[in-house]
Write a protein that binds this ligand. Structure first.
Ligand code: BGC
Length: 355
């Protein structure tokens, strides 16, 4: 699993690069003038209507974004997809580690057998009446060494785009999960514009999803520069307070010290969360972009009442601001479904879809 250090909350590098953008220090590079400034979209009607299809989404995490499906214990099964649809979800987000299934040298061919497996999972979703997001997850080399991996990332997108060019509109593409590290806002804004151009050749009307740097932080939306394409949804992730949601998480340094952190819906806790969502929502209004909360969840080591209260309040706050959402995740460490007993964790499911 991804290793996140506790300083996920303290974005020094990103802060510096954002300041550079704001101060205009990067103006010397060719082509900068096109994309340094975000502009409101001319329309968001269709994207907003399509965003409603993501109203209640769950992430199929820990499966296809592992180096190989099953490495992290989770293999997607048709029964899971059918149960997700029956429970009232409208969509699934499918995190996929495409980079582990493509050649390392040009033309960076994606393994046809991997496409066949993705087609199978996507087919189950469509049969169940679910929308599905094809999410480009965990390309760690791209985030640590962007320049060396950009061409490969684009080449893989070209293949995905061609492969799904005739897929129904209920298939969405998400350009990259949680850009961070050396993939600064400046670089990311350029890269995403190139990727969108490329994808538009084969998918002129497909809804595409993209979010800001620092692991899609809500308070980095203000560094995101989207091209003038009206078929975009902006995404952000929400795991705050981080010491609560990630207590005991094996992949986060120092997180054992946070064990026992509760979230009891005090006025102050609720106000903080509402303020954060207001920051995101007001960015969406200013730039006329629909918003999708692509990940939120609290790890299973937090106490279950706190998890239920937090999940309920995040979900309600998002919905009150017209933000579609995707819980992280279905059947692993944050899971709302117990794969051992093949049953829902009722408290959490009810927090998401009251029944
Ligand atoms: C990562 C997961 C991680 C989750 C919560 C996701 O974006 O892909 O590996 O469990 O965030 O930290």
């Amino acid at each position: 699993m991804m290793k996140i250090s506790a300083n996920r909350c303290f974005p020094l590098i990103t802060l510096i690069s954002s300041l550079l953008i704001l101060s205009g220090c990067n103006k010397n590079r060719p082509g900068d003038d096109d994309i340094v400034k975000n502009e409101p979209a001319s329309s968001s009607l269709y994207a907003t209507a399509m965003n409603a299809h993501l109203a209640r989404t769950v992430n199929l995490g820990n499966a296809l974004e592992a180096p190989h499906e099953g490495d992290w214990g989770m293999i997607i099964r048709k029964e899971y997809i059918d149960s997700i649809a029956a429970a009232g979800f409208t969509a699934v987000r499918i995190p996929i580690k495409w980079s582990a299934h493509a050649d390392k040298v040009p033309p960076y061919t994606v393994d046809p057998a991997f496409f066949t497996r993705i087609d199978e999972v996507v087919g189950w979703c469509l049969d169940a009446g679910l929308n599905a997001i094809i999410d480009f997850h965990h390309y760690d080399e791209l985030t640590s060494d962007p320049e060396s991996h950009k061409e490969r990332w684009l080449a893989i997108w070209r293949q995905i785009s061609q492969h799904f060019s005739n897929a129904p509109d209920s298939i969405f593409f998400e350009l990259l999960n949680e850009p961070h590290d050396a993939l600064t806002a400046d670089l990311w804004n350029r890269y995403l514009a190139e990727a969108i151009d490329l994808i538009r050749k084969d998918n002129p009307t497909r809804i595409l999803i993209a979010g800001p740097v620092q692991w899609n932080a809500f308070d980095k939306l203000n560094t995101l520069v989207l091209p003038q394409d009206t078929l975009l949804i902006a995404t952000f992730h929400y795991y705050l307070p981080f010491h609560f949601t990630h207590q005991g998480a094996e992949w986060v340094d120092g997180s054992n010290a946070w064990m026992g952190t509760t979230w009891t819906a005090t006025d102050e806790e609720k106000q903080n969360l509402e303020d954060d969502f207001e920051t995101a929502a007001s960015w969406g209004q200013t730039y006329n972009r629909p918003l999708f909360l692509g990940e939120f969840g609290a790890y299973s080591k937090a106490d279950s009442l706190s998890r239920i209260l937090w999940t309920t309040f995040v979900r309600e706050t998002a919905e009150s601001k017209g933000i579609s959402w995707a819980y992280w995740e279905f059947g692993a460490g944050f899971g709302i479904y117990d794969r051992g007993t093949n049953s829902w964790r009722d408290g959490l499911l009810n927090a998401l879809i009251p029944h």
